[in-house]
Design a protein around this ligand. Sequence first.
Ligand code: C5P
Length: 231
Amino acid sequence: MDARERLIVALDVPSVSAAAAMVEKLGPAVSFYKIGYQLAFAGGLSFADTLVRADKKVFLDLKLHDIGNTVAKGVECVAKLGATFLTVHGYLQTMHAAVDARKGSGLRILAVTVLTSYDDADLAAAGYDFTVPELVAERAAQARDIGVDGLVCSAEEAANLRTIASAGMVLVTPGIRPAGAEKGDQKRIMTPARAIAAGADHLVVGRPILEAPDPKAAVEAIVAEIASAAR
Ligand code: C5P
Protein backbone atom coordinates (compact mmCIF):
# COMPACT_ATOMS: atom_id res chain seq x y z
CA MET A 1 0.00 0.00 0.00
CA ASP A 2 1.18 3.52 -0.84
CA ALA A 3 2.47 5.35 2.27
CA ARG A 4 0.14 8.29 1.60
CA GLU A 5 -2.93 5.98 1.56
CA ARG A 6 -1.94 4.77 5.02
CA LEU A 7 -2.42 8.17 6.62
CA ILE A 8 -5.99 9.08 7.61
CA VAL A 9 -6.46 12.70 8.70
CA ALA A 10 -9.12 13.13 11.40
CA LEU A 11 -11.28 16.12 10.41
CA ASP A 12 -12.07 17.01 14.03
CA VAL A 13 -13.34 20.50 13.26
CA PRO A 14 -16.66 22.14 14.18
CA SER A 15 -18.08 22.97 10.76
CA VAL A 16 -18.19 21.94 7.13
CA SER A 17 -16.56 25.24 6.15
CA ALA A 18 -13.60 24.56 8.48
CA ALA A 19 -13.33 21.02 7.09
CA ALA A 20 -13.49 22.25 3.49
CA ALA A 21 -10.77 24.83 4.21
CA MET A 22 -8.48 22.16 5.69
CA VAL A 23 -9.10 19.76 2.77
CA GLU A 24 -8.35 22.57 0.35
CA LYS A 25 -5.15 23.45 2.22
CA LEU A 26 -3.93 19.83 2.20
CA GLY A 27 -4.86 19.25 -1.44
CA PRO A 28 -3.41 16.12 -3.04
CA ALA A 29 -1.15 15.51 -0.01
CA VAL A 30 -4.04 13.68 1.72
CA SER A 31 -6.29 11.04 0.18
CA PHE A 32 -8.10 9.67 3.25
CA TYR A 33 -10.17 11.56 5.83
CA LYS A 34 -11.98 10.55 9.01
CA ILE A 35 -15.26 12.18 10.02
CA GLY A 36 -16.30 11.68 13.65
CA TYR A 37 -19.23 12.80 15.82
CA GLN A 38 -18.30 16.47 15.86
CA LEU A 39 -18.30 17.05 12.11
CA ALA A 40 -20.90 14.34 11.32
CA PHE A 41 -23.49 16.14 13.45
CA ALA A 42 -22.62 19.50 11.87
CA GLY A 43 -23.34 18.60 8.25
CA GLY A 44 -20.42 16.21 7.85
CA LEU A 45 -22.41 13.41 6.23
CA SER A 46 -23.13 15.47 3.14
CA PHE A 47 -19.53 16.67 3.27
CA ALA A 48 -18.53 12.98 3.17
CA ASP A 49 -20.38 12.81 -0.15
CA THR A 50 -18.43 15.86 -1.39
CA LEU A 51 -15.15 14.16 -0.43
CA VAL A 52 -16.11 10.92 -2.18
CA ARG A 53 -16.96 12.85 -5.35
CA ALA A 54 -13.52 14.50 -5.12
CA ASP A 55 -11.96 11.01 -5.13
CA LYS A 56 -11.05 11.04 -1.45
CA LYS A 57 -11.60 8.05 0.79
CA VAL A 58 -13.81 8.55 3.83
CA PHE A 59 -13.76 6.84 7.21
CA LEU A 60 -16.99 7.48 9.14
CA ASP A 61 -16.14 7.06 12.80
CA LEU A 62 -19.70 6.75 14.08
CA LYS A 63 -19.13 3.79 16.44
CA LEU A 64 -22.58 2.34 15.83
CA HIS A 65 -24.28 0.10 18.40
CA ASP A 66 -28.01 -0.69 18.50
CA ILE A 67 -30.39 -3.59 17.82
CA GLY A 68 -29.29 -5.54 14.75
CA ASN A 69 -32.07 -4.30 12.44
CA THR A 70 -31.27 -0.66 13.21
CA VAL A 71 -27.53 -1.19 12.73
CA ALA A 72 -28.17 -2.92 9.40
CA LYS A 73 -30.37 -0.09 8.06
CA GLY A 74 -27.79 2.50 9.09
CA VAL A 75 -24.95 0.56 7.51
CA GLU A 76 -26.88 0.23 4.24
CA CYS A 77 -27.19 4.03 4.07
CA VAL A 78 -23.51 4.57 4.88
CA ALA A 79 -22.59 2.10 2.14
CA LYS A 80 -24.65 4.15 -0.35
CA LEU A 81 -22.66 7.24 0.63
CA GLY A 82 -19.54 5.59 -0.75
CA ALA A 83 -17.61 5.58 2.54
CA THR A 84 -14.62 3.22 2.79
CA PHE A 85 -14.55 2.55 6.57
CA LEU A 86 -17.27 2.65 9.24
CA THR A 87 -16.76 1.86 12.93
CA VAL A 88 -19.13 -0.19 15.08
CA HIS A 89 -18.72 -1.31 18.68
CA GLY A 90 -17.41 -4.85 18.98
CA TYR A 91 -20.58 -6.59 20.21
CA LEU A 92 -21.65 -9.81 18.48
CA GLN A 93 -25.10 -8.72 17.29
CA THR A 94 -23.82 -5.37 16.10
CA MET A 95 -20.86 -6.84 14.22
CA HIS A 96 -23.00 -9.54 12.56
CA ALA A 97 -25.61 -7.01 11.43
CA ALA A 98 -23.00 -4.58 10.08
CA VAL A 99 -21.06 -7.24 8.17
CA ASP A 100 -24.22 -8.63 6.58
CA ALA A 101 -25.51 -5.16 5.63
CA ARG A 102 -22.29 -4.01 3.94
CA LYS A 103 -22.27 -6.97 1.51
CA GLY A 104 -22.07 -6.00 -2.14
CA SER A 105 -20.68 -2.54 -1.36
CA GLY A 106 -17.16 -1.15 -1.05
CA LEU A 107 -17.73 -0.34 2.63
CA ARG A 108 -15.51 -2.08 5.17
CA ILE A 109 -16.51 -2.47 8.80
CA LEU A 110 -14.04 -1.72 11.59
CA ALA A 111 -14.77 -2.93 15.13
CA VAL A 112 -13.85 -0.95 18.21
CA THR A 113 -12.90 -3.59 20.80
CA VAL A 114 -12.62 -1.58 24.04
CA LEU A 115 -12.47 2.22 24.05
CA THR A 116 -8.93 3.34 24.81
CA SER A 117 -10.15 5.63 27.56
CA TYR A 118 -11.41 2.56 29.50
CA ASP A 119 -9.34 0.80 32.13
CA ASP A 120 -9.98 -2.37 34.15
CA ALA A 121 -11.95 -0.44 36.78
CA ASP A 122 -14.29 0.99 34.11
CA LEU A 123 -14.95 -2.54 32.81
CA ALA A 124 -15.62 -3.86 36.31
CA ALA A 125 -18.02 -0.96 36.95
CA ALA A 126 -19.84 -1.86 33.72
CA GLY A 127 -20.21 -5.45 34.94
CA TYR A 128 -17.48 -7.15 32.90
CA ASP A 129 -15.37 -9.87 34.47
CA PHE A 130 -12.46 -9.22 32.10
CA THR A 131 -9.35 -7.08 32.13
CA VAL A 132 -8.93 -4.69 29.20
CA PRO A 133 -6.38 -6.91 27.37
CA GLU A 134 -8.61 -9.97 27.85
CA LEU A 135 -11.70 -8.24 26.48
CA VAL A 136 -9.75 -6.70 23.58
CA ALA A 137 -8.42 -10.16 22.61
CA GLU A 138 -11.84 -11.82 23.00
CA ARG A 139 -13.65 -9.24 20.89
CA ALA A 140 -10.90 -9.22 18.25
CA ALA A 141 -11.27 -13.00 17.88
CA GLN A 142 -15.06 -12.65 17.61
CA ALA A 143 -14.65 -9.92 14.99
CA ARG A 144 -12.33 -12.16 12.98
CA ASP A 145 -14.74 -15.11 13.16
CA ILE A 146 -17.69 -12.95 12.05
CA GLY A 147 -15.77 -11.57 9.07
CA VAL A 148 -15.34 -7.98 10.27
CA ASP A 149 -12.90 -6.19 7.96
CA GLY A 150 -10.66 -4.58 10.55
CA LEU A 151 -10.09 -3.27 14.05
CA VAL A 152 -9.45 0.12 15.57
CA CYS A 153 -6.78 -0.27 18.21
CA SER A 154 -4.04 1.58 20.04
CA ALA A 155 -0.61 1.10 18.49
CA GLU A 156 0.37 -0.71 21.70
CA GLU A 157 -2.27 -3.34 21.00
CA ALA A 158 -1.39 -3.69 17.30
CA ALA A 159 1.38 -6.29 17.57
CA ASN A 160 -0.77 -8.63 19.69
CA LEU A 161 -3.88 -8.09 17.55
CA ARG A 162 -1.86 -8.95 14.44
CA THR A 163 -1.51 -12.44 15.88
CA ILE A 164 -5.29 -12.72 16.44
CA ALA A 165 -6.63 -10.97 13.32
CA SER A 166 -6.91 -12.76 10.01
CA ALA A 167 -4.38 -11.78 7.34
CA GLY A 168 -6.89 -9.68 5.43
CA MET A 169 -8.04 -7.61 8.43
CA VAL A 170 -6.80 -4.03 8.62
CA LEU A 171 -5.55 -2.48 11.84
CA VAL A 172 -6.27 1.22 12.18
CA THR A 173 -4.52 3.08 14.99
CA PRO A 174 -5.17 6.54 16.46
CA GLY A 175 -3.02 8.01 19.25
CA ILE A 176 -0.17 8.80 16.87
CA ARG A 177 2.26 11.57 17.74
CA PRO A 178 5.34 12.45 15.69
CA ALA A 179 8.39 12.97 17.93
CA GLY A 180 8.07 16.32 19.71
CA ALA A 181 4.32 16.78 19.07
CA GLU A 182 1.91 17.69 21.90
CA LYS A 183 0.21 14.65 23.47
CA GLY A 184 -3.08 16.46 24.13
CA ASP A 185 -5.44 14.11 25.99
CA GLN A 186 -3.95 10.95 24.45
CA LYS A 187 -2.36 8.73 27.10
CA ARG A 188 -0.78 5.92 25.11
CA ILE A 189 0.94 7.36 22.08
CA MET A 190 3.38 6.10 19.46
CA THR A 191 5.33 7.69 16.65
CA PRO A 192 4.21 6.90 13.09
CA ALA A 193 7.28 4.74 12.46
CA ARG A 194 6.78 2.66 15.60
CA ALA A 195 3.09 2.16 14.91
CA ILE A 196 3.82 0.89 11.39
CA ALA A 197 6.53 -1.41 12.75
CA ALA A 198 4.00 -2.74 15.30
CA GLY A 199 1.71 -3.83 12.46
CA ALA A 200 -0.68 -0.91 11.91
CA ASP A 201 -2.05 -0.59 8.37
CA HIS A 202 -3.52 2.91 8.70
CA LEU A 203 -2.67 5.71 11.13
CA VAL A 204 -5.32 8.23 12.22
CA VAL A 205 -3.82 11.63 12.98
CA GLY A 206 -5.76 14.73 13.98
CA ARG A 207 -4.31 17.53 16.07
CA PRO A 208 -0.63 17.08 15.09
CA ILE A 209 -1.77 18.02 11.55
CA LEU A 210 -4.80 20.29 12.18
CA GLU A 211 -2.94 22.43 14.72
CA ALA A 212 0.44 22.48 12.96
CA PRO A 213 1.66 25.88 11.75
CA ASP A 214 2.02 24.25 8.32
CA PRO A 215 -0.42 21.30 8.12
CA LYS A 216 0.81 20.20 4.69
CA ALA A 217 4.41 20.04 5.90
CA ALA A 218 3.24 18.02 8.92
CA VAL A 219 1.52 15.57 6.53
CA GLU A 220 4.62 15.23 4.37
CA ALA A 221 6.81 14.51 7.41
CA ILE A 222 4.40 11.77 8.60
CA VAL A 223 4.11 10.23 5.11
CA ALA A 224 7.92 10.16 4.84
CA GLU A 225 8.15 8.47 8.24
CA ILE A 226 5.52 5.87 7.22
CA ALA A 227 7.39 5.21 3.97
CA SER A 228 10.73 4.69 5.69
CA ALA A 229 9.23 2.43 8.39
CA ALA A 230 7.41 0.34 5.80
CA ARG A 231 10.56 -0.40 3.83
O1 C5P B 1 -6.06 14.64 17.48
P1 C5P B 1 -5.74 13.17 17.58
O2 C5P B 1 -4.60 12.76 16.65
O3 C5P B 1 -5.53 12.71 19.00
O4 C5P B 1 -7.05 12.48 17.02
C1 C5P B 1 -7.25 11.09 17.08
C2 C5P B 1 -8.57 10.74 16.46
O5 C5P B 1 -8.79 9.36 16.63
C3 C5P B 1 -9.76 11.45 17.10
O6 C5P B 1 -10.70 11.67 16.05
C4 C5P B 1 -10.30 10.43 18.08
O7 C5P B 1 -11.69 10.54 18.26
C5 C5P B 1 -9.98 9.13 17.37
N1 C5P B 1 -9.86 7.98 18.26
C6 C5P B 1 -8.95 7.91 19.30
N2 C5P B 1 -8.89 6.80 20.09
C7 C5P B 1 -9.71 5.78 19.86
C8 C5P B 1 -10.62 5.82 18.81
C9 C5P B 1 -10.67 6.96 18.01
O8 C5P B 1 -8.18 8.84 19.51
N3 C5P B 1 -9.62 4.69 20.60
